[in-house]
Design a protein around this ligand. Structure first.
Ligand SMILES: Nc1nc2c(ncn2[C@@H]2O[C@H](COP(=O)(O)OP(=O)(O)OP(=O)(O)O)[C@@H](O)[C@H]2O)c(=O)[nH]1
Ligand SMILES: [Mg+2]
Length: 333
């Protein structure tokens, strides 16, 4: 080790040692190369650092490839207001759930990996359609290629939200742990916020819920209570029996709410509100509605009247007024 290294070198080395992600290690190694004085005595050190950098970059590339699910092969075209991926262990009841909630007619069987490719179905919720996609089962090792894991994780990454489908006839906590581990490896974090520590741009953040299936099984109630203690603070969750079917209103509402979207109905003065809503991200304003309707509206918008979330029906609100689900909006230019 050459003796005449500047203090910046040791600072960068410290960064390298405490780096949590590949990206952070790459940045720290680049920094090490930059601050190392270039002369005969540092030649060996520099060539080692450059070799390390090349290796890390290759690793990052491989990771990104895996995270993308090996290309577009399994991408599912989005339809409706939003797409929710149904992600679970083999036999956890994903296909039965899909059949109950949507128009899809997947094969259902008591052996694992019945579903071999992603299956989409449309779920009507009030006046919107939500697309549910069953992805082939996830097991420990899926990320590294087991079963159709990489492709399944790729579809899950691409969805707007994720429903973890866990079987309440066997340990649901173990199932959730495995699913979270595999998703984490695939760079998918659930119900977390992007913080300063997440420099890694290949990590995506998704909203998620847990659906406990086979609630009719012996001991399911107790297992669901345990699951609620373990994960209830982080995930909305509900026990259901898709095989029995019946009224799914509560589950559909939970799925809709998990998406973080709102519906807004535009109207012209002295006319009735539109029958079909505009679907927007929660937190959207009157201005966002104007942009969605027409460029002219957004450029010339003066104010709006809103029915629904306002104190008074038809109350005049400013352009930056934040809308709630179900609001009727009359734009004035
Ligand atoms: N008791 C009970 N059994 C269920 C329920 N839902 C599904 N099953 C059974 O569980 C087994 C697996 O169901 P599937 O819907 O095929 O499960 P899957 O998660 O799609 O399975 P893979 O596609 O193989 O990953 C079948 O034998 C179903 O009849 C339920 O609500 N209660
Ligand atoms: Mg299935």
């Amino acid at each position: 080790m050459p003796a005449n290294l500047p203090p910046e070198y040791f600072k960068a080395e410290q960064k390298y040692l405490s780096a949590k992600t590949l990206e952070e290690r790459i940045i720290a190694t680049q920094e090490l190369i930059r601050v190392t004085p270039k002369h005969k005595g540092t030649e060996k050190l520099l060539s080692n650092l450059k070799r390390r950098l090349a290796k890390l970059k290759k690793e990052l590339q491989d990771q990104k490839k895996r995270r993308m699910g090996g290309g577009q092969r399994f991408a599912v075209k989005k339809e409706g207001a939003a797409q929710v991926a149904l992600v679970g262990a083999p036999n956890s009841g994903k296909s039965t759930l899909l059949k109950w909630l949507t128009n899809a007619n997947p094969e259902i069987a008591g052996y694992p990996f019945t579903t071999r490719e992603p299956i989409p179905g449309m779920m009507p919720y009030q006046d919107v359609q939500i697309q549910l996609v069953e992805v082939p089962a996830i097991v420990r090792g899926s990320y590294y290629g087991k079963g159709l894991g990489p492709q399944s994780l790729g579809v899950a990454r691409n969805a707007d939200a994720i429903a973890l489908v866990v079987d309440l006839s066997s340990d649901p906590i173990e199932q959730v742990k495995t699913l979270l581990e595999e998703l984490e490896l695939a760079g998918v974090k659930l119900n977390e916020q992007r913080g300063d520590e997440t420099l890694d741009e290949s990590v995506v953040f998704r909203r998620a819920i847990i659906i406990g299936t086979k609630a009719d099984a012996d001991g399911a109630g107790r297992r669901f209570s345990d699951l609620k203690i373990a994960y209830g603070g982080r995930f909305p969750m509900l026990p259901v029996s898709p095989l029995k079917g019946g009224d799914a209103a509560q589950l559909k509402e939970m799925i809709f709410k998990s998406l973080g979207i709102i519906r807004a109905y535009t109207k012209r003065p002295d006319e009735k509100a539109a029958e079909r809503p505009l679907v927007l991200h929660a937190g959207s304003t009157v201005m966002d509605v104007a942009k969605a309707v027409h460029k002219d509206f957004s450029q010339n918008l003066k104010f709006a009247r809103v029915w629904g979330s306002t104190k008074f029906p038809g109350q005049q609100v400013p352009k930056d007024y934040v809308l709630s689900d179900g609001d009727v909006v009359e734009l004035h230019i």
